[in-house]
Design a protein around this ligand. Structure first.
Ligand SMILES: Nc1ncnc2c1ncn2[C@@H]1O[C@H](COP(=O)(O)OP(=O)(O)OP(=O)(O)O)[C@@H](O)[C@H]1O
Ligand SMILES: [Mg+2]
Length: 332
């Protein structure tokens, strides 16, 4: 808890970046030399997809799912990366997928020693890769919200609703909702995901699948939130992705894919710092978003380079989120 309070709170005064002296690399370059971030992989395997964070390779019957250290905010990949972020995200997702052992997920193999030798030849992938089932991705992001914040709050302030769900009057920043709500969003190839109504989701994926995914999303969220509460964490909201495994004998199976309850896909707040009406300090990349907001960046042009202290603080926050939620250390 003490540790949480220290890292979850406002940033301690940050050492100003040292000026470059002749003969010395700038501080950031030195940091990257001692703690390099893995920004991109290029394996001699067919690349199925390069997302903002993950490189996905085709292994024939399965995908190799690699989380790099890329970080995105406002749907733009930033520079530099956050050293070890991909390992932390991978290991945290694996923790949650295992925690929900009764819910079908995409993991096929998580043990590095059991990976095919052509993958093990690339030691830089260790700890940040899993082998997963190939699924047809459902083109809707399944979001559950227990608290009002971010795009949900914005929509509520403008319309009194979130994704078509009317909410009582008088709610404000970080208000806890009477019951968690399901607020789907489109999965845009480029640009910003857009919140949609449940009816719109039904039109995209069909009524039955939409209802199943809504119920599943809320079920996972409620159980995850209950667990996180025992660790002193509020999960304000989270985003899931689901896929369909078109199984030869078992038919179409709904599978929980992508990542599970990580700081990239969720808002984690330290419970002891929570107060209605203000944005709690968080363990997610809100920290990076907040820093970007201070720079005057127009969110369209090339984003400013993250300074070393923001990179290191963000790394610490990801590690802290892992520790607090799992009670364990990430293998870095
Ligand atoms: N089991 C799976 N089968 C097929 N595709 C998957 C599976 N799991 C995840 N994916 C897809 O792989 C991609 C993962 O990459 P990544 O998370 O970097 O993508 P992104 O969505 O562009 O980025 P961001 O999550 O930052 O918006 C996503 O498009 C996701 O839908
Ligand atoms: Mg993603």
């Amino acid at each position: 808890m003490d540790r949480m309070r220290r890292t979850g709170g406002e940033s301690p005064p940050v050492q100003p970046a040292r000026r470059q002296r002749s003969g010395h690399a700038p501080r950031q370059d030195r940091l990257l030399l001692t703690m390099p971030a893995l920004l991109e992989t290029s394996l001699p395997l067919p690349l199925a997809r390069r997302g903002k964070v993950r490189d996905v390779y085709d292994l024939g019957e399965s995908f190799l799912f690699v989380a790099t250290d890329r970080i995105s905010a406002f749907d733009v990949v930033l520079s530099p990366g956050i050293p070890d972020k991909g390992k932390i995200l991978t290991q945290m997702s694996t923790f949650w997928f295992r925690h929900f052992g009764d819910i079908e997920n995409h993991l096929l193999e998580t043990e590095w020693e059991s990976f095919p030798s052509e993958v093990r030849a690339h030691d830089e992938l260790r700890g940040r890769s899993v082998i997963v089932r190939k699924c047809r991705v459902v083109p809707v992001e399944c979001v559950a919200r227990g608290y009002l914040v971010g795009s949900g709050l914005k929509e509520y302030n403008e319309t009194g609703k979130v994704c078509g769900i009317g909410l009582e009057a008088g709610l404000t920043t970080a208000s806890k909702l009477r019951v968690p709500i399901f607020t789907p969003a489109t999965k845009e190839e480029s640009g910003h995901d857009e919140n949609i109504s449940f009816e719109r989701m039904c039109a995209i994926v069909g009524d039955d699948l939409a209802a199943e995914l809504r119920d599943l999303t809320l079920r996972i969220y409620k159980r995850a939130a209950e667990y996180a509460e025992t660790r002193g964490i509020i999960i304000a909201d989270t985003k899931f992705e689901f896929g369909i495994d078109e199984h030869a004998t078992r038919g179409n199976i709904i599978v929980w894919i992508d990542e599970a309850l990580t700081p990239d896909s969720s808002r984690f707040w330290p419970a002891d710092r929570y107060a209605v009406g203000k944005n709690p300090p968080s363990f997610d990349k809100q920290f990076v978003r907040d820093w970007l907001e201070t720079t005057g960046w127009d969110k369209a042009s090339t984003p400013p380079e993250l300074p070393e202290d923001v990179v290191m603080k963000t790394r610490e926050k990801y590690i802290e989120a892992f520790r607090t939620i799992t009670g364990d250390e990430p293998v870095l």
